[in-house]
Design a protein around this ligand. Sequence first.
Ligand SMILES: [Zn+2]
Length: 352
Amino acid sequence: MASRKAAAAGQGNGLRLEVVPSLRSGLESLCVHPGREGEREALLLVLPGAFALTPCTLSLLFWVWEGRWRVIPYDVLPDWLKDNDYLLHGHRPPMPSFRACFKSIFRIHTETGNIWTHLLGFVLFLCLGILTMLRPNMYFMAPLQEKVVFGMFFLGAVLCLSFSWLFHTVYCHSEKVSRTFSKLDYSGIALLIMGSFVPWLYYSFYCSPQPRLIYLSIVCVLGISAIIVAQWDRFATPKHRQTRAGVFLGLGLSGVVPTMHFTIAEGFVKATTVGQMGWFFLMAVMYITGAGLYAARIPERFFPGKFDIWFQSHQIFHVLVVAAAFVHFYGVSNLQEFRYGLEGGCTDDSLL
Ligand SMILES: [Zn+2]
């Protein structure tokens, strides 16, 4: 009777029979449990059309509904969930229910750290963005324009971080959902990089609208190209880990050209003081370190199985992304204050 009730509740949660193919490829490979006879019988009675499933799969399906799933080792994961073979244990099983995926945010497994690092980062940037937008207009030279410029940065950061925590949450749902959200996740990184360029170029080239427009157009074209590349199905596969790190590193490093331009025109001292290049350099080091650790899967490659839950490369990369975005925000805020101090004046000996 209890089983019948639970199964009915599961149907109410939106778990439908179209999940059957993904269950076959996923859950059946996990059939290590002997299956619970009583529940199997009850499920067969209340799930019309589910007879094609093996008793063992039905048993696992039941466990997912009830939130009674257990973490599983890497070897038994279906191929589409196999990403990092240095994380030996603590993986979520395939769970074709969004409710179960979202509930897993509060459980300990290989994705817990990845979810929370960007969920908290998302809340941080959402608050910072709202505070910036609510700042009195007297602190800006051209309030509307400057708020739009900062808004682009916050939009990029908030979209990147929310796509990321959502992807890590529903990654174990099914192959199709995982693939769709991974594309959003990668597109989010490109949006964050593009959004970061906007206020930096706006204030650094405040008195040179032409190079500012050229650099902005270039980063938009490169960013949109990265988003298009990220729609390629194979982009998300473990084989292309280095390609991914390379695409986003290349997009970020396109900032080297305007940096050189600014430094040559204004000199090293002005670039590092009023130009805030020290902060932007720190930001770049953080992103590059994060991308490097991500691509090389350090530290888990040296100690397989020791970083399954905490301090794996992906989590370090996530923390560095949030820290780098914060450093970037600090740098552009200083640039904004400097321009405000000059009252937006562009004289012959002013910066650019
Ligand atoms: Zn991630």
